[in-house]
Design a protein. Structure first.
Length: 299
């Protein structure tokens, strides 16, 4: 209860509760609105905490499973915050411009990423030195343009498992593509948006820098916990595997010893123990070994 109270206090101080003007509201946000003051809707911070904690738990589970979460925020006041948090947890992000088809036409976007990487390789390994100065400048400009738009998604090879959007109204194209592919969506929802368009809605002020910062950092901390738990699970599996391997090695050595003993018994005739029943074999002496002479006097 104390943690929830302190979180509410932090959200209050960051101005998360300030919504839009009443005339701009979306009626579907009614359950999340606490009151109206001077023509501005006030968001219910109890609902914000509920949505925030629910979203954090879901993102933590996704991160623990090893899947990727894409951060999307092309608003000026959110770019730096989102890119910094995404890099901290090694997740893809888009903060400049959402290219149409970035998810639905992912293979084509990957080709552009590979082009950017090949240009970067040419410029770094010196293979571009054979080109003219104008061609090198053109390559550098192309790389800069591609990196600006695609730099945040250069390291992913498949479509992410979830999208986090700072303003679902502003990022409606990204949200539509995610819905089409069945990707889970998380979003900050202000009083002028429809909360039913996202799977996990966090009612909050999506225009103030402080509000965006506290929400994004809270969710990033949950992702960090998920990644840490995933690493701990891997380490425990490795340790368990080593123990099992040593146990199997011991069992194998025991079996080898047992097999070796059986082989020695077979070669040595069981050291005085004969065939079935453990009866000693009768020694039959051949001719010239002091045995009984065969009938007929043959030697």
């Amino acid at each position: 209860m104390e943690n929830t109270t302190s979180l509410q206090q932090q959200l209050l101080e960051a101005g998360v509760h300030f919504g839009h003007l009443k005339k701009k509201w979306n009626p579907k946000m009614l359950p999340y609105i606490f009151a109206e003051k001077k023509g501005i809707h006030i968001i219910d911070l109890n609902k914000t905490v509920e949505g925030l904690q629910e979203s954090a738990a879901a993102l933590k589970a996704i991160a623990r499973s090893g899947k990727k979460i894409m951060f999307v925020a092309t608003k000026k006041q959110a770019k730096e915050i989102v890119s910094e948090c995404a890099r901290r947890v090694n997740m893809p992000y888009v903060t400049e411009r959402w290219l149409g088809g970035m998810l639905t036409n992912f293979n084509t976007v990957r080709k552009s990423v590979k082009k950017m990487q090949s240009i970067e390789k040419m410029l770094n390994d010196g293979s571009a030195e054979s080109l003219t100065k104008k061609e090198r400048l053109t390559l550098a400009r192309d790389k800069e343009k591609l990196e600006k738009v695609l730099g945040g998604i250069a390291q992913i090879s498949r479509v992410p498992a979830a999208l986090f959007l700072v303003d679902i109204g502003h990022e409606h194209i990204a949200m539509a593509e995610a819905k089409k592919l069945g990707i889970s969506t998380f979003g900050m929802v202000d009083t002028n948006c429809d909360p039913n368009k996202v799977d996990f809605a966090i009612p909050a002020n999506d225009d103030a820098t402080k509000s965006i910062s506290i929400i994004v950092n809270y969710l990033t901390a949950a992702i960090v916990e998920g990644l840490q738990e995933r690493q701990a699970d891997k380490d425990s599996e490795d340790d368990h595997g080593d123990v099992e391997e040593s146990a199997e090695a011991k069992a194998a050595r025991f079996e080898q010893k047992a097999d070796g003993g059986d082989d020695r018994n077979k070669r040595g005739g069981g050291r005085g123990q004969g065939g079935p029943g453990g009866q000693p074999k009768r020694r039959v002496a051949g001719p010239g070994q002091g045995g009984r002479k065969p009938a007929g006097g043959a030697r």
